[in-house]
Design a protein around this ligand. Structure first.
Ligand code: FE
Length: 220
């Protein structure tokens, strides 16, 4: 891409290699900003480079696998599910997940109600249970359309709901994050927690999809 852009400046291109990930392509605005702010905060002693490394490593451990465990536990343990719906922050803490400075609200999908999560302002997302948000979650199109025409958005994710189902859209904020508790699919009645957790997808916990029933004879 970079070697074919139109430029009106005239530096020479003596030879051309395919772009490399470690090439000295100019940094984007956000990369420059991140480096400047990080170096300034380290220079000022607000935190050390070791703290940055620890945080990056921590982010690496946060994936939708954690959310899947929460959902599977709630499917299997009615008392846990009750605690989860009453106080999501405390209930995920029982599984060792720390919501840090944010509050977690868990909303349950039922045959009558389907929940969908968005952050209309930016990209607030329940990272301790789902990791980093997908790019589409941060897109302007999703952020505006999820509230204006949620059924059309759901349809584009392949989710068609019967007309009688109520769709509730939840707008996340800096200090309140949502997690959808999807419906447990039929055909999983004798599944254990690990198998159930594997069935749970990130998108189903954002509410753009539903957890699909297992292919027949997938697990015995
Ligand atoms: Fe946000």
């Amino acid at each position: 891409m970079s070697e074919h852009h139109d430029h009106d400046h005239d530096h020479p291109h003596p030879h051309r290699h395919p772009p490399q990930p470690d090439s000295d392509a100019p940094l984007t605005e956000h990369q420059r900003l991140e480096i400047a702010v990080r170096e300034l905060l380290i220079a000022k002693g607000v935190f050390g480079s070791d703290d940055v490394r620890r945080m990056v490593e921590k982010f690496d451990t946060q994936t939708p696998v954690l959310g899947g465990k929460v959902v599977a536990r709630a499917w299997l343990d009615p008392a846990y599910k009750q605690r989860l719906l009453a106080d999501g922050t405390a209930a995920v803490k029982e599984l060792g997940i720390d919501m840090e400075h944010t509050k977690l609200v868990v909303v349950e999908n039922t045959p009558a109600v389907h929940n969908l999560i968005v952050c209309t302002l930016c990209s607030c997302y329940p990272r301790p249970v789902l990791g980093f948000p997908p790019d589409w979650y941060k897109s302007r199109a999703y952020r505006s359309r999820a509230v204006r025409e949620p059924r059309a958005v759901l349809q584009e994710f392949g989710t068609s709901l019967p007309a009688g189902v109520t769709v509730r859209v939840h707008d996340s904020t800096a200090d309140m994050r949502y997690l959808v508790l999807p419906e447990r699919p039929a055909g999983t009645e004798d599944w254990d927690e690990a198998a159930l957790a594997e069935l749970v997808t990130r998108d189903s916990m954002i509410g753009v999809t539903q957890v699909q029933p297992p292919a027949t004879a997938a697990v015995s």
